[in-house]
Design a protein around this ligand. Structure first.
Ligand code: ME8
Length: 675
């Protein structure tokens, strides 16, 4: 069986878990679940980095004994990961005896090999990022030396001590050879280039002990010194793998398959110091180090001094309150959001309004609707004794497109997860969500039911349910709870293997289905306001409304104001505000018999469906419109045409005899307001 060992950084315990530390841990959990679902043996480790000077100072500032303080904080991290659904993992703490033994043995080995020596150290130390800097790396400004990495940290402190040094400077060439010989060992590619240029600038030996701190792993045979926190922390990865006493375990698990870290600790620590330390100890460097991007909070950098770190559990609690969903579903939605919203390697901006939009659009609407609609139709049409919510209908003629798309998407999702492109995986999954909704819209089971075409209806619903089942497989690493709930509604109880997505017709004909309860209830404006009121005091963050904001005042006329188009009267902004424009998604489209110009469309406005008769038949083939997002006037008085009621109008531009439907240029949720 193949093995996969992946790690997160071990987090400093001077602060509680926040959305940044949750980001790395959840990404690792998603990948661990993916590799487990593929049948691999997975070792997944995370933990806490407890020997830092800033941890000691945080304990002192609270008047606490440092040991009690770190025990309490490590517990907070363990609880947060449990609550966020982080599955089977090893939690390593640097204050554990097994790690202290590993740290000391590692130090001894490097001493024996001549890569550690004693010397006088004089330099500048940043307690904020626990990093030493040479004077020229951190020039003086206005009487102090700001941290060159994080200027908001406290000014650097001068350190003058007799210390131990690690001969990092000897490893520059070997590091470059390793990077060159192992494409893919440093990801993403653009960060690898930063590492290469950092190493090429020339590496200095690093000071790896502190004398005046008194909190850390004692240097072997020299109690006056403790091992520098970074040297100590990096060793955690091999402690977990079994170093130094369990050679069998080390053989099985080392080198690690993947170190996931943020960009802040990528170049200097994980791609330079750590592989050099391993080379010095005669151990292999990791197979891959991936450095992901950083979250900002509503446009501002998150930092302790600004007090604007978002706590993931509080965020999930807020989402639970405003959405009225269950707590595990709200947590799943947070997991989804974090990886859908920003490409994994890049930086991104967190905002609650985007979370609400993704919840309503991607989850409540796109994902939730397909399954819910199909299940409701089954309940209306295929109920029997013993299966009050309906039974899985028998298969009918293959619905080629939907079925054939599944293995294609499977290949994309798998390749994206292998390449640690979490957003890419979610985008591929949502392409299938769109195809499934398009399929349901196109095959219009409600029409088949009305027409009494029972066999055809069974086939369509059967395929819709199969499509939803396949989705549960791909969703299981990211939203394990939602995936299980969807499976329960499909009458399935098992956790899927990854390969299950490649089967079609896996649902058992006649098996009872579960009750079709919407998994992601839509967040409406009223709930959002109520939820915010309930949560206020705890989370004074700005929340963009899901519904229209107050109409802005009309702009003052200016010299550059556009000229009035001939024959069309100028209107005020109040007049324009009377038109309710919304994004609509076309669910089905067909020609109207005996009307050359008209198409009969069904469109979704998110929480309601409308019929629209549009004069588009000369310009568009009806099937090309299904699944499109269009712009609709939603408050036009209904009008009867050819015996059908049209409940809205689609906007299109016309020039030179051509007609072009307007559509938003990003995937906005159905029902989004246009202003
Ligand atoms: O550096 N966005 O611990 P740490 C995304 N103990 N990720 C973020 C983030 C943000 N805004 N803020 C933090 C340490 N992170 C050392 C590590 S490992 C041997 C020792 C995540 O508590 C990201 O993974 O400061 C980053 O690398 C890590 O938290 C830093 O955590």
């Amino acid at each position: 069986m193949s093995r996969f060992f992946l790690t997160t950084p071990i987090y400093y315990v001077n602060d509680v878990p926040h959305i940044g530390t949750a980001y790395t841990t959840l990404a690792a959990d998603i990948l661990a679940r993916f590799h487990r679902a593929r049948g691999e043996e997975v070792l997944f480790s995370t933990g806490t980095d407890e020997h830092a000077t800033k941890v000691l100072r945080a304990a002192e500032a609270r008047g606490m004994n440092v040991r009690e303080f770190v025990d309490g904080m490590a517990g907070r991290f363990q609880e947060a990961w449990r609550e966020l659904g982080v599955d089977d993992h090893v939690f390593i703490r640097t204050s554990e005896a097994r790690h202290i033994a590993a740290g000391q043995e590692f130090f001894r080995r490097l001493q024996e090999r001549g890569d550690i020596y004693q010397g006088e150290y004089e330099g500048w130390y940043c307690v904020g990022c626990e990093t030493f800097f040479a004077a020229e790396e951190a020039p003086e400004k206005e009487g102090v030396r700001p941290c060159p990495n994080e200027p908001q940290h406290k000014p650097l402190e001068l350190v003058r001590e007799t210390n131990y040094f690690f001969a990092l400077s000897r490893y520059g060439d070997r590091l470059l050879e390793w990077i060159d010989a192992n494409p893919g060992c440093l990801l993403p590619e653009f960060r690898k280039n930063e590492v290469v240029s950092f190493i090429k600038q020339g590496l200095r030996d690093v000071c790896i002990t502190r004398s005046a701190v008194g909190w850390g792993i004692p240097v072997p045979d020299d109690d006056s010194q403790v091992i520098y926190v970074w040297f100590d922390a990096l060793i955690n990865y091999i402690t977990v793998a079994g170093f130094p006493n369990d050679a069998e375990s080390m053989d099985a698990w080392w080198p690690a398959s993947l170190h996931l870290v943020g960009k802040d600790i990528y170049v200097r620590f994980h791609c330079t110091l750590w592989p050099a330390m391993l080379m010095a100890a005669g151990l292999k460097p990791p197979r891959c180090v991936f450095g992901h991007g950083f979250w900002m909070n509503e446009g501002t950098k998150m930092s302790k001094s600004l007090g604007n770190f978002i706590e993931p559990l509080k965020l999930a609690e807020w989402l639970e309150t405003v959405s009225g969903s269950t707590r595990p579903i709200a947590r799943d939605a947070v997991r989804y959001f974090l990886f859908r919203e920003m490409p994994f390697g890049e930086d991104g901006n967190f905002s609650r309004s985007s979370l609400v939009q993704r919840f309503n659009g991607d989850l409540a609407n796109d994902l939730g609707n397909g399954l819910n609609r199909a299940l409701n139709m089954v309940r209306q049409n295929f109920v029997r004794e013993g299966a009050p919510d309906g039974e899985t209908p028998p298969p009918s003629e293959a619905e080629v497109r939907l079925k054939a798309l599944a293995p294609e998407i499977h290949a994309r999702v798998t390749a994206s997860l292998e390449a640690i492109d979490l957003q890419g995986a979610l985008t591929a999954i949502w392409d299938y969500v769109a195809a499934l909704n398009g399929y349901i819209g196109e095959r219009a089971p409600w029409v088949l039911a009305r027409q009494g075409k029972r066999d055809e209806l069974a086939g369509v619903l059967r395929h819709a349910l199969e499509g939803a089942r396949v989705l549960t497989v791909w969703l299981s690493p990211v939203m394990p709870v939602a995936s299980q709930e969807m499976r329960a509604q499909l009458g399935l109880s098992s956790t899927p293997t990854w390969e299950e997505a490649l089967q079609w017709d896996a649902l058992q004909t006649g098996a009872p289905l579960g009750s079709p309860v919407p998994i992601f209830p839509r967040i409406d404006r009223k709930r959002l306001e109520e939820g915010n009121r309930i949560m206020s005091g705890e989370t004074p963050q700005s929340v963009a409304p899901a519904a229209p904001a107050p109409t802005p005042a009309p702009p003052a006329p200016t010299a550059e104001a556009p000229q009035q188009t001939e024959g069309i009267a100028t209107i005020g902004i109040d007049d324009f505000a009377k038109v309710e424009l919304r994004v609509a998604v076309v669910l089905s489209a067909e020609r109207v018999p005996k009307a050359d110009k008209l198409l009969h469309l069904k469109v979704s406005l998110g929480d309601e469906e409308r019929t629209v008769l549009a004069g588009l038949a000369e310009y568009y083939q009806p099937e090309t419109l299904v699944g499109r997002r269009v712009v609709m006037v939603a408050n036009l008085a209904p009008r009867k045409l050819r015996g059908l009621i049209s409940q809205g109008m689609l906007l299109a531009a016309e020039a030179d005899g051509k007609v072009s439907l307007l559509q938003p240029d990003t995937e906005l949720p159905a029902g989004a307001r246009i202003r």
